[in-house]
Ligand binder design. Structure first.
Ligand SMILES: COc1cccc(CN2CCc3cc(OS(N)(=O)=O)c(OC)cc3C2)c1
Ligand SMILES: [Zn+2]
Length: 262
């Protein structure tokens, strides 16, 4: 499910920082200036419906770890909010820092969070494969959720326990019966939305971003296990800790960020 490697990411090792796309003026991530966001009363509540039985595997792709879902049927759908069509979940992953002081990709009034969760969906009303949708303006919808360090996240622990098995790049293990809804904050009606891009290759400007206002809490120890992952494969002599796997912020270039709340 949406896990075929992009050629680009083979040519450009990600820990050197994703390459900048010349000329793109709808790039992500961005800073969300709360006061400049425009309330849009036409924005509907988000409707997500996920089936934990369709969870397939968890793997280290050399930049983050991805939990992948069977996206060959409409079992894991997202609609409503700013979306005109129905989108299918294919994977979720995280970005984090080497310390709790930074790690998120988006910021809110320049505030950095220690990590950010992305749930990647593609438009299954208009396209038949992720690879097609990834090239189209209305192809993808990514939900961004900020993580803060606090109490232990019970839902996350099953995922944290699987990480030592995928320490190295390109390692994969079977991972089943994980409910992505367990990672959503209690309030998913309050969000910011704007048009942007993937923050890793192919960096295409095909994403309707939906960034949740409410964060989720994970414990310091849970986040420390993220940092025990490696960018490097088992064969490489020098092992590099998988930390700071976020892209630098990109210019807004006149885009408007809308909010679903006042
Ligand atoms: C045409 O390029 C691709 C086609 C199919 C699958 C892929 C793999 N790619 C999809 C998009 C994506 C997007 C990712 O991050 S993000 N922040 O959502 O842009 C990501 O972070 C680890 C990984 C992947 C995996 C690339
Ligand atoms: Zn991401």
């Amino acid at each position: 499910a949406c896990s075929s490697k992009s050629v680009l990411s083979q040519m450009h090792p990600m820990w050197l920082g994703p390459l900048e796309v010349p000329g793109g003026d709808h790039q992500s991530p961005i800073d969300i200036a709360v006061k400049k966001a425009v309330f849009d009363s036409d924005l509907k509540p988000l409707e997500s419906s996920y089936d934990p039985q369709t969870c397939q595997q968890i793997w280290n792709n050399g930049y983050s770890f991805l939990v992948e879902y069977d996206d060959t049927t409409d079992k894991n759908t997202l609609k409503g909010g700013p979306l005109q069509d129905k989108y299918r979940l294919c994977q979720f992953h995280f970005h984090w820092g080497e310390s709790n002081d930074w790690g998120s990709e988006h910021t809110v009034d320049r505030r950095l969070f220690p990590a950010e969760l992305h749930l990647v969906h593609w438009n299954s009303d208009r396209y038949t494969l992720f690879e097609e949708a990834v090239m189209e303006e209305n192809g993808l919808a990514v939900i961004g959720i900020f993580l803060k360090v606090g109490k232990r996240h019970e839902g996350l622990q099953k995922l944290v326990d699987a990480l030592p098995a995928i320490r190295h790049k390109d390692s994969v293990v079977e991972f089943t019966r994980f409910d992505p809804a367990s990672l959503l904050p209690s309030n998913i009606d309050d969000y910011w939305t704007y048009h942007g891009s993937l923050t890793t290759p192919p960096l295409t400007e095909s994403v309707t971003w939906i960034v949740m206002k409410q964060h989720i809490e994970v414990s310091h120890d849970q986040l420390a296990v993220f940092r025990s992952l490696l960018f490097t494969s088992a064969e490489e002599e020098v092992q590099k800790s998988m930390v700071n796997n976020f892209r630098v912020q990109q210019p807004l270039r006149g885009r408007t960020v809308r909010s679903s709340f006042t």
